[in-house]
Design a protein around this ligand. Structure first.
Ligand code: GLN
Length: 488
């Protein structure tokens, strides 16, 4: 048996029955990390000792007959979640040597659920990016067609690289404008951006606070639901935390497709996507129809303006959030001739180019001359989009749309900042609206690379989003066993 091919649901069954131990499972992952880790660059910090200690505790609980919900499940944690005593870098030089004295709520919940921490996964610097190339530690790569050095996506590209290659059974991401769904889509994984507020942001390095959404990345929809069950829940330490939860015991229950009304967004028809994406999306729509679902067209009139609104709001919030990195309290400090000079030198040396670009844009759109024309206008567009989704959900139960225009590109693709931003076209609107969206594999393109599509729901309808995603997963029947993608 190939332990690193097991899904979370399968591993839990075997752990419960005593067929495998948490220590065996953890060792299998550590061995595989040893073998492939450097090549993929998916972890910034590995925690093998902590992992084996966690696994030993899990085995004790199994032996005593009182295991926790995800006991012994080895995961990768995006290096944006603060972990007590373990370096937390946000993939930035400015936090390169930062070791928090506190634990983020999400990572604490994973400890409470009994998971095993393998390490902190790579990402774009402060989660700003789409290919994880802005990481101070270099980009992770996709295990698919490894000789072609394809992107594993971003910003949660370290987690997707690790999970797709079998260097973690599942993991966490954060999604501010698509950073869970885009990387999951192009690596054949399931990536769930829950409703804003369902998972606490406390202790998660802030990018754009009104958009940042922690969520799970896994190989199957059931596994994503299991991880989300551990992560979700009210947190008094996060003022935007919702008084809501999410819980699945072993696997999701199936919903019938008969008479389910599924909306397709009219405005996305005008967006150019690859012929493969179109073909696979249409095939899955046909499958849904054949199973009794009713497909209707819905309109989100301003959805194509979502990108412009996002790239004003996100940098504006980021410029304010990242003001705290001034060399005084956290991380890097480069001495200057006086206080202002120390600020300047520290920030110039500590932040990479893309983060600096966002600081400049964010500060500009919040300046008194620009606030009304840029920031307030973007906030209005955001409201129009949220309202349009609400109206669409009066006509249908759930919405589906592509996750990306095409398959993973080579890491060394020469794209301009605006071309990178345009890759978020299918994902940012759901962050602006705060609603749940799950990317699920919809098949393989002609070039044998995976593609994904999204299921989108009303706020707090996360369960049904995943239930429909599970049907699509079955229709697509993608085989994403790590041993077959990356080798044994
Ligand atoms: N690609 C988007 C950006 O660069 C989204 C990032 C994210 O969701 N964290 O801002």
């Amino acid at each position: 048996m190939n332990l690193t091919d097991l899904t979370i649901a399968e591993a839990l069954e075997k752990l419960k029955s005593g067929e495998i131990t948490a220590t065996e499972l953890t060792r299998a992952y550590l061995d595989r990390i040893e073998k492939f880790g450097d090549q993929l660059n998916c972890y910034i910090t590995l925690t093998p000792e902590r992992a084996l200690a966690d696994a030993a505790e899990s085995d004790k609980r199994y032996a005593a007959g009182n295991p926790l919900p995800l006991d012994g499940i080895p995961i990768g944690m995006k290096d944006l979640f603060a972990t007590r005593g373990i370096r937390t870098t946000a993939a930035s030089h400015i936090l390169e040597n930062f070791t928090p004295e506190y634990e983020s709520t999400v990572s604490q919940k994973f400890i409470d659920a009994g998971t095993v921490l393998l390490g902190k996964t790579n990402l774009d610097e402060f989660a700003m990016g789409t290919f994880s190339k802005t990481s101070f530690f270099g980009a992770p790569i996709s295990p698919y067609q490894i000789e072609n050095k394809l992107t594993a996506g971003g910003s949660s590209g370290g987690t997707t690289s690790a999970v797709a290659s079998g260097l973690a059974i599942g993991g966490t991401g954060t999604d501010t404008g698509g950073s869970i769904r885009f990387p999951a889509a192009i690596t054949g994984l399931v990536g769930m951006k829950p409703t804003y507020g369902l998972c606490s942001r406390w202790g998660c390095v802030a990018f754009a606070s009104s958009l940042d959404t922690p969520g799970p990345i896994a190989r199957t929809v059931d596994d994503a639901a299991l991880l989300l069950s551990a992560m979700a829940g009210y947190d008094e330490k996060d003022s935007t935390s919702a008084n809501a939860g999410f819980y699945v015991k072993d696997r999701l229950t199936q919903i019938g497709l008969n008479k389910l009304k599924i909306g397709v967004i009219k405005e996305f028809d005008d967006v150019e996507i690859s012929p493969d994406m179109k073909k696979l999306f249409d095939e899955r729509i046909e499958d849904l129809k054949k199973s009794g679902a009713e497909i209707i067209t819905v309109s989100i009139p301003n959805i194509l303006d979502a990108l412009a609104a996002y790239y004003i709001i996100a940098p504006a919030e980021a410029s304010s959030n990242l003001a705290r990195y001034d060399g005084m309290r956290y991380g890097l400090r480069v001495e200057g001739k006086d206080l202002i000079d120390t600020y300047k030198k520290t920030r110039a040396a500590g932040f990479g180019e893309e983060v600096q670009r966002r600081m400049v844009v964010g500060t500009a759109v919040l300046s008194s001359e620009s606030y009304e024309v840029y920031f307030m206008q973007a906030a209005r567009v955001r409201r129009l989009i949220a309202d349009a989704f609400n109206r669409a959900f009066e006509q249908c139960d759930l919405i589906v749309c592509p996750s990306s225009a095409g398959t993973a590109l080579p890491l060394d693709s020469d794209l301009s900042p605006l071309e990178y931003y345009a890759l978020d076209l299918f994902t940012v609107a759901m962050n602006l609206a705060g609603i749940p969206a799950c990317s699920v594999p919809c098949g393989l393109a002609e070039n044998k690379l995976p593609l994904g599509m999204q299921v989108v729901g009303r706020a707090f309808d996360d369960m049904r989003v995943l239930q429909l995603a599970k049907h699509i997963e079955e229709f697509a029947g993608l085989n994403n066993k790590p041993s077959e993608i990356m080798g044994k």
